[in-house]
Design a protein around this ligand. Structure first.
Ligand code: 4NP
Length: 180
């Protein structure tokens, strides 16, 4: 597939570089937080994909995920997402949790899956430093140049879960390229 000319873009690249520099200056691995609404479909999948791809490439990262809707707190990822992820070799064991304000200090880069997640993250951010950590996951999906979100698969069919994983694998590969 053709690589998108406009992705990831200067801003998205700068968020990753800034996060990496902060982690390096503190002598630790970069900490990445993936955020969606329920924290049972997209963001735990993003976490699982990133953890596996980073390990395979020998790149040290610390990953977690969270959501804005706390109604699934404590739950494993949605069974449809686990099924689709398992078929690609990802074992999703994250337990859903609600995002907290302190997550914006604890992590170096914070990825929202869609515009609604991004506006909620910007609402949560209290400082410029926190604002500067926020970036949309689809900005790194270079093989999908016109895709401007990782769409919520919850109310759709199996193909939606596969499409989410396609986008996440593409985006994680690009992010890891920037973290090398
Ligand atoms: P996610 O999907 O944000 O990708 O985890 C959703 C899961 C659950 C709900 C909405 C979205 N829900 O409303 O319960």
């Amino acid at each position: 597939m053709k690589k998108g000319k406009d992705k990831p873009g200067k801003y998205a690249e700068s968020v990753i570089k800034r996060g990496l520099e902060k982690a390096e200056s503190e002598g630790r691995s970069v900490r990445l937080l993936f955020v969606c609404l329920g924290n049972i479909c997209r963001s735990p999948a993003a976490q699982g994909v990133m953890e596996k791809m980073a390990m395979e490439r020998g790149i040290a990262v610390e990953c977690d995920s969270a959501g804005f809707y706390g109604g699934h707190a404590g739950d494993l990822p949605d069974s449809r997402m686990r099924h689709a992820a398992t078929a690609r070799g990802y074992d999703l064991q994250h337990r859903s949790r609600k995002i907290h304000e302190y997550d914006l200090d604890a992590f170096d880069v914070i990825f929202g899956m869609d515009d609604s997640n991004m506006s909620d993250l910007h609402w949560l951010a209290q400082t410029k430093e926190q604002e500067d950590k926020l970036v949309k996951m689809s900005d790194f999906a270079v093989a999908f140049p016109s895709q401007d979100s990782v769409p919520d698969p919850y109310y759709g069919g199996v193909s939606g879960f596969e499409f989410v994983l396609d986008l996440l694998e593409d985006a994680c590969g690009e992010i890891l390229g920037l973290l090398k």
